[in-house]
Design a protein around this ligand. Structure first.
Ligand SMILES: Nc1ncnc2c1ncn2[C@@H]1O[C@H](COP(=O)(O)OP(=O)(O)OP(=O)(O)O)[C@@H](O)[C@H]1O
Ligand SMILES: [Mg+2]
Length: 136
């Protein structure tokens, strides 16, 4: 994947989790991640895709590679126009779920990746951005 390559996937239902996993797996391998890190990245992508399905209804995933000061990373962005998250810090806590889930998706994704940003506005939607850097 060249630095300018960006791929986008519409997320409409749980069936799109399979396509999201495939897209992210391919991109992670193209950046140069090994099996273990690729699995981590794909797992985070699954959770964040499921969150869009379960909590927002629909959205998009964008996948891109980054090259900064000779270092490479993969960046995944999950964007929806759903109900938003009133308290992002609370949503990031392990065990917090508004839907009877385990409440592990957001904190787990943060652990699996190197960086995570959540921007959310009630009534407007949510953007979750995660990044993982390739070790030299
Ligand atoms: N895209 C989103 N839009 C609106 N709310 C969200 C979104 N993603 C997460 N949330 C809120 O954050 C909470 C925590 O998310 P998290 O993924 O950690 O747990 P969960 O989805 O409830 O359960 P699990 O992922 O363990 O099955 C959710 O219950 C929901 O209230
Ligand atoms: Mg979840």
């Amino acid at each position: 994947m060249s630095p300018h390559d960006e791929r986008e996937l519409a997320i409409e239902d749980e069936g799109d989790v399979v396509a999201a996993r495939q897209m992210v797996r391919q991109a992670a391998q193209a950046v140069g991640f090994g099996v273990t890190d690729t699995t981590r990245i794909v797992t985070a992508a699954s959770e964040l895709t499921r969150n869009i399905c379960n909590h927002a209804g629909a959205g998009v995933m964008r996948v891109r590679s980054i090259d900064e000061d000779g270092r490479s990373a993969i960046e995944l962005e999950f964007v929806d126009q759903g109900p938003g998250i009133p308290d992002v810090a609370q949503a990031m806590e392990e065990g917090y779920s508004t839907s009877g889930g385990l409440g592990l998706g957001l904190p787990g994704s943060k652990r699996l990746m190197d960086e995570m940003e959540v921007e959310s506005a009630v009534g407007r939607g949510t953007t979750v951005r995660v990044r993982k850097w390739l070790k030299a």
